[in-house]
Ligand binder design. Structure first.
Ligand code: 5GP
Length: 210
């Protein structure tokens, strides 16, 4: 059996402060076949962020040019000001090579991806309680109070989308949440419907042994 199977497209969303970045990072470190899609954004770089690792930081003009050139799988203006988008070429090339790709994107972007790629697996990372969100946003210390309030209100709105996802994982204990995401990926990859090449191979073997 030597055919390359299409990789799994995993979409992870959840409100700001839920710890989805940590879950994603840990999932990637435990799954060497998985890679993160680095988004492009027009928002200002936070001090600890690295160009090309956390985001590709773009000006409004650069971002709009990319939109015009159809370079995004999906893009979104989040919080009514900054643009965020998933570069298409990287995702499509990697999936074709059999790599699993993780998109860490907002709920609207996730719905767009699911519509364009129904085979994508969508996972919502949820907080144990809403007050956990508030304390994590304050604890992060990267933004001023009005930005935190805005993200908290946004978090409430994002929670309304849970029902549209394939899976919900509560990030109560990080190791447990990561294991849940690993299990989801494993189960999805084991679906008969995702293993046509393998099954065709068995069919041929069985036929030749008749
Ligand atoms: P932050 O500014 O905290 O890095 O991200 C704000 C929100 O934008 C988060 O919910 C994050 O998941 C989302 N986001 C990041 N990249 C993308 C993207 O490429 N597309 C969409 N639709 N949302 C994104």
């Amino acid at each position: 059996m030597n055919t390359t199977r299409q990789g799994l497209l995993i979409v992870i969303s959840g409100p700001s402060g839920v710890g989805k970045g940590t879950v994603t990072k840990e999932f990637l470190s435990r799954n060497t076949n998985a890679e993160l899609s680095v988004s492009a954004t027009t928002r200002a770089r936070r001090p600890q962020e690295i160009e090309g690792v956390n985001y590709f930081f773009k000006t409004q003009e650069e971002f709009k040019r990319m939109i015009d050139n159809d370079e995004f799988l999906e893009y979104m203006q989040v919080f009514g000001m900054n643009f965020y988008g998933t570069p298409r070429a990287f995702v499509e090339e990697k999936l074709a090579q059999g790599r699993d790709i993780v998109l860490e994107i907002d709920v609207n972007g996730a719905m767009k991806v699911k519509k364009a790629y129904p085979e994508a697996v969508t996972i919502f990372i949820a907080p144990p309680t809403m007050s956990d969100i508030k304390s994590r946003l304050y604890g992060r210390g990267t933004e001023n109070e009005s930005a935190i309030d805005r993200r908290y209100r946004e978090a409430f709105e994002e929670m309304q989308y849970i029902r549209k996802y394939d899976y919900v994982v509560v990030n109560d204990i990080i190791d447990r949440a990561v294991k849940a995401v690993c299990s989801i990926a494993e189960a999805e990859k084991s679906k008969v419907s995702r293993n046509n090449d393998l099954i065709q191979y068995y069919d041929e073997e069985l036929k030749s042994n008749d």
